[in-house]
Design a protein around this ligand. Structure first.
Ligand SMILES: C[S@@+](CC[C@H](N)C(=O)[O-])C[C@H]1O[C@@H](n2cnc3c(N)ncnc32)[C@H](O)[C@@H]1O
Length: 435
């Protein structure tokens, strides 16, 4: 592809992303390239490179374009401005809009003026509002300031770094050291994760899913923070465990491992597709103590199992603000209304799931969010609604020294090298309504 054709394809991809604001950008990009198989590897990397740069710099680029007189920044002006701020002379950027075959149409008079006004400017500008400088929606800034205070900028920088690729070793099949050596034999260099007793860490993207180790269910891809959320539940052989928002089974698998495949796990979700996604993973890991259940309106399943589980995990649907390392576009896609709806849903799920905990049993509430409203505030409100629950120290032997016996943790990439995760352990009174 010529540089002009690459620019045109980048603009088309940005337009496709703009047309599907609820869809993750990588999903839009995948179907975009699937429909254009003629775009080869090098061109694909160049197109994606420009598009991801625009996504990462969206608010600052838009601010500059607006300052320069653009009414609404468009994929064309955003892509052009991004190239200009990366050092391509404005004249050369303009000539890429060559109007030729496979090229973007020529710049209009207005677009040319807007672009010319960017000459000599740098992307960061002291006059930018803080939310623009930090590439955040305005409404989200105060919520993140509340969580991180003075360290907000460092935390956001860590949330923008590429994520590591963590594996959980299935210790029912091999030890961490055995798995590490087996990976090395397949040419993959992994180090032990510092916090999870089951974790191995690979740097950057490595083809782990094609190793025999992965195919044999001896390792599973799981962020170290997610492993610790499973660990804090303290699942043990013979228990009756409920994984209420089990999805595709990431934590279910770790719980089954802690239980040595003994006892019973009920893995529920409202999304059939996600539950289906777990089937192959469970089989691969050799897990056979899991019953899956699709939660549906009017379903008697939960009622019949009221107050019957030793431990219940609520890995609640959330903003995913802790996983921005993996989904850099998510920070701009989320709206304040999305958060409000999630808060209501989380409280409803907590209330429902809590009825399934037996007296003396435990409930873990977890999210991959860093927002206080979804985490500590949600737990505090639950405790006010349900006085027969209280916070309790985790009894899990799988937690690392610094988290041992904790009743609540918040992890972040900057502080722990994991995705952002929150977990709180609650226990239900032996006798109803009295502690
Ligand atoms: C954070 S994800 C779970 C991830 C999963 N536990 C894992 O480790 O792979 C949250 C899940 O909650 C499910 N969910 C949403 N609303 C729910 C509800 N009302 N009851 C139960 N699950 C729900 C979603 O379908 C989603 O799979």
């Amino acid at each position: 592809m010529t540089p002009s054709a690459r620019l045109a394809a980048s603009i088309d991809l940005l337009t496709a992303m703009e047309a599907a604001p609820r869809k993750p950008a990588d999903a839009v990009a995948n179907s975009f390239f699937r429909e254009r198989r003629y775009i080869g590897g090098g061109d694909r990397r160049a197109v994606s490179g420009l598009v991801w740069d625009v996504m990462r710099e969206w608010r600052r680029l838009s601010w500059h374009l607006e300052q320069s007189g653009a009414e609404t920044p468009t994929p064309r002006t955003l892509a052009a401005a991004c190239l200009a701020f990366k050092g391509t002379p404005i004249r050369d950027v303009a000539s890429l809009f060559s109007d030729g075959r496979f090229a973007a149409g020529a710049l209009t008079f207005k677009e040319k003026n807007v672009l010319s006004a960017l000459a000599e400017k740098s992307l960061d500008d002291a006059r930018m509002p803080r939310a623009v400088k930090l590439e955040l929606p305005d409404w989200l800034l105060p919520k993140l300031e509340e969580t991180f205070g003075d360290t907000l900028e460092e935390e956001l920088a860590a949330l923008s770094e590429p994520a590591t690729l963590d594996l959980r070793v299935n210790i029912l099949r091999n030890s961490r050291q055995e798995a590490q050596k087996a990976l090395a034999r397949e040419g993959l260099h992994a180090t032990l994760t510092p916090l999870s007793p089951w974790g191995l860490r690979l740097n950057g993207r490595q083809p782990v899913t094609s190793t025999t180790l992965f195919k044999d269910g001896r390792v599973e891809i799981q962020d170290e923070g997610s492993q610790l959320v499973a660990a804090i539940l303290g699942a043990a052989p013979q228990m009756r465990i409920l994984d209420y928002c089990a999805g595709a089974g990431g934590k279910t698998l770790a719980l089954a491992m802690m239980m040595e495949n003994k006892g019973h796990i009920a893995a529920c979700d409202v999304a059939e597709k996600r539950l289906d996604g777990a089937v192959r993973r469970l089989r691969r890991a050799g897990v056979h103590n899991v019953e899956q259940h699709l939660l549906q309106a009017g379903d008697k399943w939960a009622k019949r199992r009221s107050a019957s589980f030793d431990r219940v995990l609520v890995d609640a649907p959330c903003s995913g603000t802790g996983t921005w390392r993996r989904n850099p576009d998510a920070r701009l896609r989320m709206t304040e209304q999305d958060l409000e709806e999630l808060l209501t849903k989380q409280a409803e799920i907590l209330d429902k799931a809590s009825t399934l905990v037996k007296p003396g049993g435990r409930l873990v509430y977890a999210t991959c969010s860093v927002l206080r409203a979804e985490n500590a505030d949600q737990v505090e409100a639950f405790l006010r609604r349900k006085p027969d629950f209280k916070l309790v120290a985790s009894d899990s032997s799988a937690l690392p020294e610094k988290l041992k016996e904790t009743s609540m943790f918040s992890l972040s990439p900057r502080q722990n090298g994991t995705d952002g995760f929150f977990a709180a352990v609650l226990t239900r009174a032996e006798e109803k309504n009295c502690f």
